[in-house]
Design a protein around this ligand. Structure first.
Ligand code: GTR
Length: 402
């Protein structure tokens, strides 16, 4: 073995060690576009066996499932679909801070597997005096839902704004499925329902558990006659946005998937390595992604996929990406490119005419088209009334087009 071969062998070995890499020095953080490497992105429309994707059948039966499986294996971990039983307990809450304009259903969702049960709680606000089944937004919340919903002024989950636009507003706290805490994240479905996942290198961790929670909410929505589950939107901000995209890629029942400022491991392209990187996120939040994802710490060029393919995996259902100008940690340009490149599936396979600006400009903009929506706003990392307004407009447009 010569010196170069030894170096390559050592790097390969370290790659396999994966989880031990956080001990190594990390690449410095940068926001310098001139340091972004030339992007070599894996093709959305070429299968792993080299075959070209030409038809909706090729996409839906072969390419899309293989991409989702690859993301499960290398990035997010498994999203187990099996359980033995699911039950729903519904209570109408008579007095609540939003009662002037909405009716609140408190829903307990009990899921059992191998003799154990996990309960998650959903709050569902229906527009007051609604008669027809309502389209619905479901927010995956990593912020305390009791606090959020007690404060009618909060803009993160603005019940009044949503119901006044003719939608039901639903929210669940990730705490019920996998607490957003490095020391407690297994204290939910991982300990109770899927303990075998904990020792698997491609096992479920926080983000997959949150997506699993959103899917169980959908199980409920399909049973509630006051909701139109065929017009359901899953939305999340930042870490919640990563989970929302992963939900939409797995679960074809959602009409629209919305990622707000989800950044690294969400909408942003990992291979740009600007702002938050794979190594940074796996170090800061080692309990979100699978162990396998750590193999790509500072080795993004080795990733056999990138996030444009996650966005594509939502097709042919609608997808939305919201970004903000000051949220450079989340790489707004990478989020835009990911959406633009991933959207090829809609245009080339489903014949949806789509137009995007040739180059990304860090300027306030809104691009609402059939199936694909985008906005870039002023300001910092947050989910704001402005973001909701844009996303509600987009949902109106999609449901009118249907
Ligand atoms: C950031 C983190 C991001 C993002 C965000 C959030 O600090 O680096 O990946 O998910 O937090 O959830 O607010």
């Amino acid at each position: 073995m010569n010196a170069i071969q030894r170096c390559v062998a050592a790097m390969t070995f370290l790659g396999f060690l994966g989880a031990q890499q956080p001990m190594m020095a990390q690449r410095p953080i940068h926001y310098d576009e001139s340091k972004v490497p030339d992007l070599i992105l894996p093709d959305v429309l070429v299968g792993y066996d080299g075959s070209l994707v030409r038809t909706p059948g090729d996409w839906e039966n072969k390419r899309r499932p293989e991409l989702v499986a690859k993301f499960a294996d290398q990035v997010y971990g498994q999203l187990p679909k099996d359980f033995d039983k699911i039950g729903f307990g519904v209570q109408i809450q008579p007095n609540h801070p939003h009662s002037e304009y909405s009716t609140l259903k408190q829903v307990a969702i009990d899921v059992s597997r191998n003799g154990k049960t996990q309960t998650m709680h959903l709050k569902l606000y229906l527009p007051k005096n609604a008669t027809a089944p309502m389209p619905v937004f479901v927010l995956i919340s990593h912020r305390d839902v009791e606090k959020l919903t007690a404060d009618t002024e909060n803009r993160f989950f603005p019940v009044e704004q949503i119901v006044n636009r003719g939608y039901a507003a639903a929210i669940f706290d990730v705490e019920f499925v996998s607490p957003d805490d490095p020391d407690r994240y297994t204290e939910g479905i991982l300990d109770e329902l899927y303990p075998e996942q904990k020792s698997m290198p491609n096992g479920m961790k926080g983000l997959s558990a949150w997506a699993w929670g959103a899917m169980r909410v959908m199980d409920y929505l399909e049973k509630d006659p006051e909701v139109d589950a065929s017009r359901a939107v899953v939305i999340g901000h930042s870490r919640g946005g990563k989970a929302a995209l992963w939900t939409g890629a797995n679960d074809t029942r959602w009409a629209i998937t919305v990622s707000n400022e989800s950044g690294c491991g969400g909408a942003a392209l990992s291979k740009r390595m600007i702002g938050e990187t794979v190594h940074r996120i796996n170090t800061g939040f080692p309990y979100w992604f699978s162990e396998n994802f750590k193999n790509y710490n500072d080795r993004e060029e080795q990733l056999p996929l990138d996030q444009h393919q996650l966005i594509a995996s939502i097709a042919p259902r609608a997808v939305y990406v919201g970004s903000s100008k000051d949220d450079t940690w989340a790489d707004p340009k990478g989020e835009f490119l990911s959406l633009k490149i991933g959207s090829r599936v809609y245009s080339e396979i489903y014949g949806v005419p789509l137009e995007f600006p040739e180059d990304f400009k860090m300027e306030v903009q809104t691009i609402h088209q059939r199936n694909v929506g985008y906005h870039l706003r002023e300001g910092e990392h947050d989910l704001t009334a402005y973001d909701w307004e844009k996303v509600l407009d987009f949902a109106d447009m999609q449901f009118k087009l249907k």
